[in-house]
Design a protein around this ligand. Structure first.
Ligand SMILES: [Zn+2]
Length: 770
């Protein structure tokens, strides 16, 4: 529509009797208190008050601080008995302005201890079926004897340090408070029995391969780790129950890991003694891999791994690593591992994309793992910051999907004969993208997973969708050129079953991960979809991408909170999103917007009955008003059929005179007078306000798309009317025609209603024929 036509339509309704009636109608519909509970109210009550640590803009404030924990560790794996032994010296830097009377250390392995309360925390009935391993462990065998055995805790001078263990947390009772700005060193020695992670989904442990008698280890949460102390939580010492993941400070690691000499091992950090642990042949291949930007180079071949499986070295080898500014540590080791690497250029620097997998992962793993790592580094770096570490490793471990700095464990195993389904293939690529992606959230943008699962899972799953779609385009040998990557999460329609489900089993995204019913859709799917819709439909890609990148850049190597994210997204875009955060993140509301009814009007030569009554009641005549233009509804007694088909200026002398007085001849010549006036009522049974996306179809087959901003719902959350003035007859309306908003019920999205749609379809077909 051009500008003059808009003016024309608004003039009609400014003075029109219909306009007056409409104002009153809206007031009547408003329920008491409705305005005060506006979905567009700012989130002052939900958000914490900005302060000098965290600014109102969402950026770190001038007094922002974070603690640092450095580790020197000696670790030894006893492969025969599946035990791990460790000794560490932690140096803890108190950068907070407060003195600390005690320190909290996390003992996550204690979730597997015999006396763990974790298995007792859930009410449960009988299952109809159990996995054999799970059944045996639950009902037949002794509980697994896991958990840390602490040999000692000593201060820097070697004297025992008093400590108190409360389940998965250990309080160090230091003799004097650790003063602000000072540091303290202490040592801990421990050992524990490594669990079989395939039995009850432990996040780390071993898989036993009965055919060759070997184990493949993926080891994490294996050392006592410092808890986070921050301006937000004080000590984050909420117990590890199993669902709420981890909160960890950054620090530098110096780690020596001793394993059987025939093991292949990779870990967080830069390998310090490569020429001691690599054979000459491996060194040669490694040098090739560093220059191979187009495909992986095998450092250990399948043939070599299969040969190693046959032995069991009694000798030991120590692998030494150093890692700077990481929040955690993990490693994988086995004599079964095949190893490949390729180089990737990220921001002018070389990063190694690495995969480790037993032969059971092939042929899938040699074909696709490193490809998925490469794509992840490219896509995520583009949207956040250049991947800062020197390598990213994907390790194949049955049923695993877990992330650590530079290294992660991933599922995706072909059948024994090497065949695999599309489901296995795409599941594997997706989990690799997801877990490697976790390097960005939460390993570098270091949010508190124990409190907010969605801050890493939601953001990562959103980015995963973007990376999957790019993977689909970049690897035509994996995803056919005319197909899109079949992403499991991200598309708006995919979250509809969850959001439209039983409200008794849905929690807001802003919930602790321990307390939600379905963690997958709650912390992964819904926030990912919310961000995808925000990007594609609400903000637009340019504004969203800049704001999202701003958040990542502001908070890389720092500890953000939800508000820091919410505030930054607004700060960098000038889009008020409080209504969006409220609807999607703080409530369990869903989206349902529809078209309720359409009334058709023509310009009339006399006031309608309502207007006549209005004048009679107040003893007014037409002379008491400025010159008026009238509209009459087609399906009413006011309608004068003889006026149909005439232009507004032919019918209304007032309008004709107004135009003569206020417009030049040239302007009048440009005017295209509308003939039809439609009053369209849109309704919103769903609680979340969203942009009202409408496609109008006209009798000549043309369509027009209009997006009314979400603020259209700000004064009436249930229903809004719009007037459409047009030269062409309106024959169809569809709300959200491209299914962009996760609308849970599309039965109310069309006019004429869907059951009448056959006529509309017939009409559309008749147009097509012409
Ligand atoms: Zn995840």
């Amino acid at each position: 529509m051009n500008k003059i036509k808009y003016c024309f339509a608004s003039l009609l309704f400014l003075f029109g009797a219909l306009g007056m009636a409409q104002e009153e109608e809206v007031k009547e519909e408003r329920k008491p208190g409705h305005y005060n509970q506006s979905k567009f109210k700012q989130l002052y009550e939900e958000f914490s008050t900005p302060n000098t640590y965290r600014s109102a803009s969402g950026a770190p404030g001038p007094d922002y601080y974070q603690q640092q924990a450095d580790y020197v560790m000696n670790i030894e794996l006893d492969d025969k008995n599946a035990k791990i032994y460790g000794e560490e010296t932690i140096t803890y830097h108190n950068n907070s302005p407060e003195d600390l009377e005690f320190l909290w250390v996390q003992l996550d392995q204690n979730v597997r201890a015999k006396d763990s309360k974790s298995p007792l925390r859930n009410g449960n009935g009988v299952n109809f079926a159990y996995t054999a391993g799970n059944f045996a462990q639950t009902y037949v065998t002794e509980p697994f004897d896991g958990g840390f055995n602490i040999d000692f805790v000593k201060d820097a001078s070697g004297k025992p340090l008093s400590y108190t263990i409360n389940q998965t947390m250990m309080r160090l009772n230091i003799p004097q408070p650790l003063k602000s700005g000072e540091k303290i060193s202490f040592s801990i020695k421990w050992w524990y029995n490594i669990p079989d992670h395939t039995v009850n989904r432990a996040r780390s442990g071993f898989e036993y391969f009965a055919k060759d008698g070997n184990r493949a280890y993926v080891i994490a949460q294996f050392f006592p780790r410092m808890a986070v102390y921050s301006d937000v939580e004080g000590w984050q010492n909420h117990q590890f129950w199993g669902s709420g993941e981890f909160a960890l400070p950054f620090g530098n690691y110096d780690v020596s890991i001793t394993v059987p000499a025939d093991h292949v091992l990779d870990a967080t950090g830069v390998l310090q003694n490569r020429d001691e642990v690599f054979s000459k042949e491996m060194m040669k291949r490694y040098k090739q891999a560093k220059k191979s930007y187009d495909k992986p180079v095998l450092i250990v071949t399948q043939e070599e791994a299969e040969a190693a499986e046959q032995g069991f070295s009694e000798n030991k080898k120590t692998w030494k690593f150093k890692a700077t500014n990481v929040r955690d540590y993990g490693f994988a080791t086995s004599r079964k591992f095949i190893w490949d690497m390729q180089a990737v250029k990220i921001g002018g620097k070389d990063v190694m994309a690495v995969s480790l997998y037993p032969k059971e992962g092939n042929p899938l793993w040699e074909d696709m793992s490193t490809k998925a790592v490469v794509q992840t580094l490219h896509t995520y770096s583009k949207h956040t910051f250049d991947y800062p570490y020197h390598k990213a490793i994907s390790v194949h471990a049955k049923n695993q999907g877990m992330e650590y700095p530079m290294i992660c464990w991933n599922y995706g195993r072909p059948n024994e004969d090497g065949t695999y389904s599309d489901r296995t293939k795409y599941g594997m690529i997706s989990v690799i993208i997801h877990e490697v992606g976790h390097n960005f959230f939460p390993m570098i943008v270091n949010s508190d997973e124990r409190q907010w699962g969605w801050m890493d899972e939601g953001l990562d799953t959103f980015m995963q969708y973007l990376a999957e779609q790019e993977f689909g385009k970049n690897f035509p040998e994996v995803v056919a050129p005319n197909e899109n990557y079949p992403s499991r999460r991200g598309e708006p329609s995919k979250i509809v079953p969850y959001m439209s489900g039983d409200q008794d089993f849905i929690a807001p995204i802003m919930s602790n991960p321990e307390n939600v019913y379905k963690l997958g859709p709650n912390a992964y799917g819904k926030p990912a979809t919310a961000l995808n819709i925000l990007r594609e439909t609400v903000m637009g890609k340019e504004l969203f991408d800049h704001a999202f990148k701003t958040y990542a850049q502001r908070w890389k190597f720092k500890h953000p909170t939800p508000e820091d994210f919410f505030r930054t997204m607004e700060d960098a875009s000038a889009v008020d999103l409080d209504w969006y955060w409220r609807g999607w993140f703080y409530t369990t509301d869903y989206v349902d917007i529809g078209v309720k009814g359409v009334k058709k009007y023509y310009v009339s030569s006399k006031p309608n009955q309502e207007m006549q009554k209005y004048m009679e009641d107040r003893n007014l005549t037409e002379a008491d008003f400025p010159p008026l233009v009238y509209l009459a509804e087609e399906d009413s007694e006011d309608f004068l059929p003889e006026l149909k088909g005439k232009s507004p200026t032919e019918i209304s002398q007032n309008l004709k005179e107004f135009m003569m007085d206020n417009m030049t001849a040239e302007e009048r010549a440009q005017v295209e007078e509308p003939k039809f006036f439609y009053e369209i009522t849109f309704d919103k049974p769903g609680g979340i306000p969203m942009p009202l996306i409408v496609e109008y179809t006209y009798a000549d087959g043309s369509t027009e798309s209009v997006t009314y901003p979400p603020e259209i719902w700000r004064k009436n959350d249930a229903e809004v009317k719009r007037v459409l003035a047009t030269q062409k007859e309106l024959v169809g309306i569809v709300v959200d025609p491209k299914l962009e908003t996760a609308d849970i019920d599309t039965a109310n999205n069309s006019w004429p209603k869907k059951e009448e749609k056959s006529d509309f379809d017939k009409f559309k077909e008749s147009i097509k024929g012409k």
